[in-house]
Design a binder for this molecule. Structure first.
Ligand code: 5GP
Length: 222
């Protein structure tokens, strides 16, 4: 008899991109998300920006000099990279490979330009596929207030981040889903993202069809 048992073995491999303006609270949401779901692995990005107080090299970021970052670009080590403010940020291909080898889906917390590169280079992700989620803050006034409260940027950098935020929100059309993140509602945003991921894991894609096709070719007359 025809059995669909093999479909239970099928698990898509996802590269989950989460973007949102600086101050949208995405880091808190992502930390809570990764804590709640051990099948997710956060990619540690490379950057040329200076560490903030409390940030640890290899944990929050791989902090690189500009020369080191450019060397990685030359070597083709990045899946994507972009300039943000006066600094460079990029996702090392090795981060995705390590998550895949651990049987996990990767979470990338990156800005919009890099996310669009991921979408354009979808084939480079094979056998994984991308899922783009955009976190929206309640208002620009809230963004500004959050950025001022954390006191990690100069006035010039803060203004630069608010300008970038406006241009990023205008590019939301390139994303698959949006999630709102009102003040003090981290768990609500986490629940929403978990629901999206659960749905995406059940999306019918080419790999699922490949898994099912041989079963359909079986002679099931007996
Ligand atoms: P921050 O300096 O606040 O840590 O990050 C600034 C911006 O760079 C944020 O929007 C953050 O999501 C983004 N970012 C962090 N890592 C990467 C990365 O690997 N690639 C790209 N394109 N953006 C990144």
């Amino acid at each position: 008899m025809l059995s669909m048992a093999n479909t239970h073995l099928y698990k898509p491999n996802l590269v989950i991109v989460i973007s949102g303006p600086s101050g949208s609270g995405k880091s808190s949401v992502i930390d809570a998300l990764c804590e709640a779901d051990e099948t997710l692995q956060l990619s540690v990005s490379a950057t040329t920006r200076n560490p903030r107080p409390g940030e640890v090299d290899g944990v929050n970021y791989h902090f690189l000099s500009k020369a080191e970052f450019e060397e990685h670009i030359q070597q083709g080590s990045f899946l994507e990279w972009a300039e943000y403010g006066d600094n460079l940020y990029g996702t090392l291909k090795s981060e995705i490979v390590s998550a895949r080898e651990a049987g996990k889906d990767t979470i990338l917390e990156i800005e919009v330009e890099g996310s669009l590169q991921i979408r354009e280079r979808e084939k480079d992700l094979t056998p994984a596929r991308s899922l783009l989620i955009f976190i929206i803050p309640p208002s620009f006034a809230t963004l500004e207030e959050r950025l001022r409260r954390r006191q990690t940027e100069s006035e010039k950098e803060l203004k630069q981040r608010l300008d970038i935020a406006k241009s990023e929100v205008l590019q939301i059309e390139h994303y698959d889903y949006w999630v709102s993140n009102p003040e003090d509602e981290v768990q609500q945003a986490v629940n929403q993202i978990q629901a999206i991921i659960t749905a995406e894991r059940s999306r019918i894609d080419d790999k699922l069809i490949e898994t099912i096709n041989p079963l359909l070719n079986v002679d099931c007359t007996d």
